[in-house]
Ligand binder design. Structure first.
Ligand SMILES: Cc1cc2nc3c(=O)[nH]c(=O)nc-3n(C[C@H](O)[C@H](O)[C@H](O)COP(=O)(O)O)c2cc1C
Length: 176
């Protein structure tokens, strides 16, 4: 089965995860890039106004793959905006897909909200969906503080804590 990972990562956490999953599944990665500079201030402005970034043309055509795995952060209960914009632009080429996010923490309703957004952007829901939480990597007394959690930058060696989830994700693409 050919697999394309469609990745958006602003500060690197989801990129670290995507690289490891790509290695395990022999997937190609197509990274989504907003057009121009995309600082956090711009993200916050877009959260407040509902505006969305334009994104560059993808380097790989999703239509050429059997399956697509979307990997992106969650921002204020939304799938990161460059991801949903790339999906709207490429929706005709996306058939069976899954969604994984390396986000901050558990929030009530967050997985359902992401599922609805993805279904709205593509026209059909993901086959599988999973959240990994960077909050699991910060000291327990900081886990309730979204700023401290969001400041965490994941390294390759942190991923050992998520070995079971990563094996489960790789299993989605294992024909056996
Ligand atoms: C402005 C902002 C809002 C966020 N909102 C959420 C949220 O609603 N839920 C959540 O689980 N994580 C939230 N996070 C945490 C990010 O999803 C997390 O830091 C993610 O790992 C960043 O991914 P990246 O390094 O690949 O860009 C937020 C982070 C920022 C900066």
């Amino acid at each position: 089965m050919s697999l394309l990972i469609l990745l958006y990562s602003r500060t690197g956490n989801n990129r670290v995860l995507a690289d490891l999953i790509a290695e395990k599944t022999r997937a190609d990665i197509a990274e989504i890039h907003p057009v121009g500079w995309y600082p956090m201030l711009r993200v916050i402005w877009q959260m407040a106004t509902g505006r969305r970034p334009r994104v560059r043309t993808l380097q790989h055509d999703p239509d050429a793959y059997d399956r697509v795995l979307l990997i992106a952060p969650i921002w204020d209960m939304h799938v990161a905006f460059p991801m949903t914009e790339a999906l709207r632009t490429n929706k005709a080429g996306i058939g069976s897909y899954d969604f994984v996010t390396f986000c901050g923490y558990t929030r009530d309703g967050q997985p359902d909200a992401a599922r609805q957004e993805l279904t709205g952007a593509i026209g059909h829901p993901p086959l599988h969906q999973m959240e990994l939480h960077i909050g699991d990597l910060v000291p327990e007394d900081q886990r309730e503080d979204p700023r401290k959690v969001s400041a965490k930058r994941v390294t390759q060696s942190d991923l050992v804590h998520f070995a079971a989830q990563i094996a489960q994700i790789a299993g989605w693409y294992d024909p056996a």
